[in-house]
Design a binder for this molecule. Structure first.
Ligand SMILES: [Cu+2]
Length: 168
């Protein structure tokens, strides 16, 4: 009889103890995440109406992460391929090149850096990590999907889906 109150109290203390343990674990996990998180800056870039948005014209050299989000209002595949621009070349040259006979194959004319990042369908995102020495670069899309989602349209770079930026 006398052990009933104690028996009833025991599980409650266990619950409190477990809650404290859980809090301690969460706190430990949080502090661990904070201390080990990289200082790599993350820049969010999104595409809407065949244009890149959110990308600064100039960034500092070093390690960068980019979250490329496809925020079109219709189903389509886009990409954000980083290339280095040779001296004297600009985003307009990439556009002109994509308008030419090579179309989407003109992508091969440009010096790719950091590998071939995958495309992102509408509402999807791709994370790109790049080490960028000082120079002039561009992001471009050589996909050929149409806004209707059916058939092949113009190479997106040929209709202006190119963004030039400087790394200083
Ligand atoms: Cu595109």
């Amino acid at each position: 009889m006398s052990d009933v109150p104690g028996h009833g109290r025991n599980p409650r203390w266990q619950t409190v103890a477990l809650s404290l343990l859980a809090l301690a674990l969460v706190a430990a996990a949080c502090s661990k995440t904070t201390t080990s998180s990289p200082t790599t800056p993350l820049t969010k870039v999104f595409v809407q109406k065949f244009r890149y948005h959110g990308m600064p014209k100039s960034i500092s050299s070093g390690l960068h992460q980019f979250l490329f989000e496809n925020k079109e209002s219709f189903p389509i595949t886009h990409e954000m391929i980083p290339v280095e621009l040779p001296a004297g070349k600009t985003a307009q040259d990439i556009t002109a090149d994509a308008k030419g006979a090579k179309g989407p194959d003109s992508e091969d004319e440009w010096l790719h850096i950091g590998g071939d990042f995958g495309p992102a369908d509408t509402n999807a995102s791709v994370v790109e990590t790049l080490y960028l020495p000082p120079g002039t670069y561009a992001f471009a899309c050589w996909q050929t999907g149409k806004p209707s989602g059916v058939g092949i349209g113009p190479t997106h770079a040929s209709i202006g889906m190119v963004f030039q930026f400087t790394v200083a």
